[in-house]
Design a protein around this ligand. Structure first.
Ligand code: SAH
Ligand code: F3S
Length: 449
C-alpha cells in the first residue's frame, strides 16, 4: 500500500542531495513523494544548524506540524514526524524534550537506518533517536538508484570536515572527513546521466579535500576525479562545491584549464580579508595566499567567475579588519557571493571568544559589504550582455512560453523558447543583465529577427 512522504529541506546543497537519498531509502517501503505536508503519512524536516536563525526555523515548523498531527482523522494511521540533518545531530535529545510529539530524530550519518526506524515508529515504539557516527559509511548501505529532478543533479563525493574553523559547527554535525571511492562516485554519475542529468555538481563540505580510493588502488584527488567524470558520455557540465582555499591543488587548477566540461565558475569561500581574523578563524590561508590563488586560477581559466562566502562581525573584528575585507572584495571582484553576520554556535571555540561584536555593528558591516557585492554582481551580469552563453534549460520560466536555465556562471537565464528545449543546452545571445538574472534569445532566432 502506498504512503505519502513529504521532505522539507533546509540549508545547503548536501541536504538537498541527502533528502533525495532518504526518499530512495524509503521508496521500497511504499513511500511516494508529495509536495505538501497536508496529505503526508510521514514528514521529514531535513535541517540546518549553520547559523542560529537556520536552527530556530525547525522549532517553529514543528509547532505547525504538531497541529497537523493532532488534527489527523482517526483511521488514517499515525503521521510519522521526523527531524533529520544537522540540528538533529547537534540537538537530538533537546528536540525530543522540546517537541515530544516527534517520532524520530536522526543525524546525517544515520539515514540508511530509516527503514528500521520507521518500522519501530509505526509499531508505536516511542521516539527513536539515532545520532551515532557509524563506523561504516552510510554510502555502502544506500540503494543504487538515481532520480533526477530537471537536468542538473547533485552527487556527494566527500562528506564531513576536519578543518575546525573556529566559527563552524560542520565538523561536529557531519563528523570526520570521508571521501567516497572514485569507482562508486563514477558509477553514481553514470546512473544520474542515464536518468537524464546533463550537469552534475560534485558536493562536499570541503569537496577539494577529496582523496578517494582510485579504481586501481592508490588515491585520486578532485582534479583527477573530475577528469574521469568528464569522460562519461552525455555529462556535459561538471561543477563542484564547496572548496577550501588552502586545499586547491595544482592538479585542480590544471583541470580548470584543460577540462572543457568543468564550468568556469568557482565558489571559493574566503570569509574575511583580514589576516588577523583569518588566523583567529583557523582558516589556514591569509589574504595574500587567497589573492595569489585567484590569480593562478584566472591564469588557467581567464573567464572564471568567482563566488565566495563572507562572515562579518567575527569576534574581535575591528573597523580596520572589515576595511580589509572590503579591499579584498574590490581587488578580486566577485560574480556572486554569500555574506553572513557571525552567529555564535554553541560548542564552537569562537562562541566563547571575548570581544563579541554588537549586532548593530554586524548589521552595518553586512549592509556595506552586501552593497559592494551586489554592485559587483550587477556589473558581472551586465558584462554578459552581448555575449553568447550556453544555457542549460531545466525549469519553466515565470511567464507562459518561457523557460529558465543556468549559464556556465550559474546565473538564472530567462528566455522565450519552446518547452521542448527543456533539458537542452542552447546558445543564447544575452540581451539583458539584472541584479540576479539574465535574459537572452537563442542565436538562431536572434539572427532571423
Ligand atoms: N566548507 C566551507 C563552508 C561551509 S559552511 C568553507 O570552507 O568555507 C557555509 C558558510 O556558512 C561558510 O562559508 C560561512 O561563511 C558560513 N558560516 C558558517 N558558520 C557560520 C557562523 N557561525 N556564523 C555565520 N556564518 C557562518
Ligand atoms: Fe566549516 Fe571550515 Fe570545515 S567552514 S565545513 S570547518 S572548512
Amino acid at each position: 500500500m502506498s504512503k505519502k512522504l513529504h521532505i522539507k529541506t533546509y540549508g545547503c546543497q548536501m541536504n538537498v542531495y541527502d533528502s533525495a537519498r532518504m526518499a530512495d531509502v524509503l521508496a521500497p517501503l511504499g513511500f511516494i513523494a508529495t509536495e505538501t505536508p497536508d496529505d503526508a503519512d510521514m514528514i521529514i524536516l531535513n535541517t540546518c544548524h549553520i547559523r542560529e536563525r537556520a536552527a530556530e526555523k525547525v522549532y517553529s515548523e514543528l509547532g505547525r506540524l504538531r497541529r497537523l498531527k493532532a488534527e489527523r482523522p482517526a483511521g488514517r494511521g499515525r503521521l510519522i514526524l521526523a527531524v533529520a540533518g544537522c540540528v538533529a545531530q547537534a540537538e537530538g535529545a533537546e528536540i525530543l524534550a522540546r517537541a515530544p510529539y516527534v517520532d524520530m530524530v536522526f543525524g546525517p550519518q544515520a539515514y540508511h537506518h530509516l527503514p528500521e526506524m520507521v518500522a519501530r515508529a509505526s509499531r508505536a515504539g516511542g521516539a527513536q533517536l539515532d545520532t551515532e557516527f557509524p563506523s561504516e559509511p552510510k554510502f555502502d548501505h544506500l540503494p543504487e538508484t538515481a532520480r533526477v529532478d530537471g537536468a542538473a543533479a547533485f552527487l556527494t563525493v566527500q562528506e564531513g570536515c576536519d578543518k575546525f574553523c573556529t566559527f563552524c559547527v560542520v565538523p561536529y554535525t557531519r563528523g570526520a572527513e570521508y571521501s567516497r571511492p572514485a569507482a562508486a562516485v563514477l558509477a553514481e554519475a553514470r546512473r544520474l546521466v542515464a536518468a537524464g542529468a546533463r550537469e552534475i555538481t560534485l558536493l562536499g563540505q570541503n569537496v577539494n579535500s577529496y582523496h578517494g580510493q582510485a579504481p586501481d588502488g592508490g588515491e585520486w584527488g578532485l582534479g583527477r576525479l573530475i577528469r574521469a567524470a568528464a569522460e562519461i558520455a552525455g555529462l556535459d557540465r561538471i561543477r563542484y562545491t564547496t572548496s577550501y582555499p588552502a586545499d586547491v591543488t595544482d592538479e585542480l587548477i590544471a583541470a580548470h584549464a584543460e577540462v572543457p566540461a568543468l564550468m568556469p565558475f568557482l565558489h571559493l569561500p574566503v570569509q574575511s580579508g583580514s589576516d588577523r581574523i583569518l588566523a583567529a578563524m583557523n582558516r589556514r590561508h591569509d589574504a595574500a595566499a587567497f589573492r595569489r590563488l585567484v590569480e593562478r586560477l584566472r591564469a588557467a581559466r581567464p573567464d572564471l567567475g568567482l563566488s565566495s562566502d563572507f562572515i562579518v562581525g567575527f569576534p574581535g573584528e575591528t573597523e580596520a579588519d572589515f576595511e580589509e575585507t572590503l579591499g579584498l572584495v574590490r581587488d578580486v571582484g566577485f560574480a556572486q557571493a554569500y555574506s553572513f553576520m557571525y552567529s555564535p554556535r554553541p560548542g564552537t571555540p569562537a562562541a566563547a571568544m571575548k570581544d563579541q561584536v554588537p549586532e548593530t555593528v554586524k548589521e552595518e558591516r553586512l549592509a556595506a559589504l552586501q552593497d559592494l557585492l551586489n554592485a559587483q554582481q550587477l556589473d558581472f551580469n551586465r558584462g554578459c550582455v552581448g555575449r553568447v552563453l550556453p544555457v542549460l534549460f531545466d525549469r519553466p520560466g515565470k511567464h507562459a512560453g518561457q523557460l529558465l536555465g543556468r549559464s556556465p556562471y550559474m546565473q538564472p537565464v530567462h528566455a522565450e523558447v519552446p518547452s521542448a528545449f527543456s533539458g537542452a543546452i542552447v546558445d543564447l545571445r544575452i540581451e539583458a543583465g539584472y541584479a540576479n538574472s539574465l535574459a537572452g534569445v537563442p542565436i538562431a532566432v536572434g539572427a532571423a529577427a
